[in-house]
Design a protein around this ligand. Structure first.
Ligand SMILES: [Zn+2]
Length: 340
């Protein structure tokens, strides 16, 4: 994924307006969202306990294949493992295979993996994440690493790991009236590298999600979608992402409230994060499913506002924090088991 350029504009515009209003006396210095600030949410957890050890093991298993870069053997073997794992957890699984084109014209064998829990249920929720690894650590502090692949423990494996653990919990404690679709997007992270010397184009990212969104079956309409991207990195805090607030404000509110209800509000500040080009953009724009992105924001990180390991060779299991997996996973449990 990639930060949208509009973010810069948004910040400067907001800062400029904020300063103007502040100095004109219209605004008082306040950091929280006004209509949310006074909302007190009682801790009232529902659903089973999310097992972070299990999720951690699912992420480690993906990394054991090596970096899962497009057109590689490790990628294909990991895809086979993901399919068999979801099947073993009782899901009905489809593979949506196609060829997509990378920023430089490279043909990429793309395989979106779609797992259905309770496929007969008409009320459905979409969860999604990507499983491919970025082929280039182009944001690494050491330029010697810029052409090396990313292990993608966080930027890929963590989201799939949380979805697998959710599938395991849904098997153990079914939700009879709710169906859940767990979509593992491919080819998210083949977007234009920083060293390419050509302008980055938004549509070079999220290639698998673009294809999936353009081919959703007739009549498919989940209530909403939640994208999980980089949900295990140490030090992560999940601010409200700008495009999610634009496309699916009610879902942002629902998920952040759920985080508070299950005692995870520290990990989910109600302040605004960046505007991100990620798999949720085509899901919103092409498939018209209101979908949010749970993605970390590090306001003070010099290396990247996605965190110190983003698109570096340090995105390994050493920097995965089970407490972060737990915070996100338990929040998803809270959301799903609150559905009627
Ligand atoms: Zn990435």
């Amino acid at each position: 994924m990639k930060r949208k350029k509009i973010f810069i504009v948004t910040i400067f515009a907001a800062a400029a307006i904020g300063c103007a209003l502040y100095f004109s006396g219209v605004l008082t210095p306040k950091t929280t969202d006004t209509d949310e600030a006074d909302e007190v949410v009682a801790v009232k957890p529902v659903g089973p306990a999310f097992n972070a050890d299990s999720a951690y093991a699912y992420a480690a298993r993906q990394c054991d294949f090596g970096p899962r870069v497009m057109n590689s053997d490790a990628h294909d073997r990991c895809a086979t493992w993901i399919v068999s794992k979801f099947r073993s957890l009782g899901c009905t699984v489809e593979e949506q295979k196609t060829t997509v084109t990378g920023y430089d014209g490279t043909a990429l064998r793309c395989n979106n993996i779609i797992a259905h829990v309770n496929p007969q249920a008409t009320t459905r929720i979409l969860l999604c994440a990507h499983y491919d690894s970025r082929p280039w650590a182009d944001n690494d502090p050491d330029s010697l690493n810029w052409h090396k692949p990313v292990m993608a423990a966080n930027d890929g494996a963590s989201g799939i790991a949380v979805m697998l653990e959710i599938a395991r919990l849904l098997k153990a404690k079914p939700l009879p009236n709710i169906g859940v679709d767990l979509v593992c997007f491919d080819a998210e992270d083949w977007g234009t590298p920083q060293w390419a010397g050509v302008a980055d184009k938004e549509d070079t990212w999220a290639l698998g999600a673009q294809y999936w969104a353009a081919h959703v079956p007739e009549g498919y309409g989940p209530r909403y979608g939640i994208l999980l991207d980089m949900v295990g990195g140490e030090g992560s805090r999940f601010y409200q992402e700008v495009m999610s607030k634009q496309y699916a404000p009610a879902i942002v509110k629902k998920v952040w409230r759920a985080a508070a209800q299950c005692g995870m509000s520290t990990f989910f500040p109600k302040d605004e994060g960046g505007a991100i080009t990620d798999d949720h953009i085509p899901v919103n724009q092409i498939a018209h499913i209101p979908t949010i992105d749970i993605i970390p924001y590090f306001p003070d990180c010099q290396q990247s506002s996605f965190g110190p390991t983003w698109h570096t060779v340090s995105d390994t299991m050493d920097h995965i924090d089970k407490q972060v997996l737990k915070a996100v996973g338990q929040t998803i449990v809270q959301v799903l088991y609150s559905e009627k």
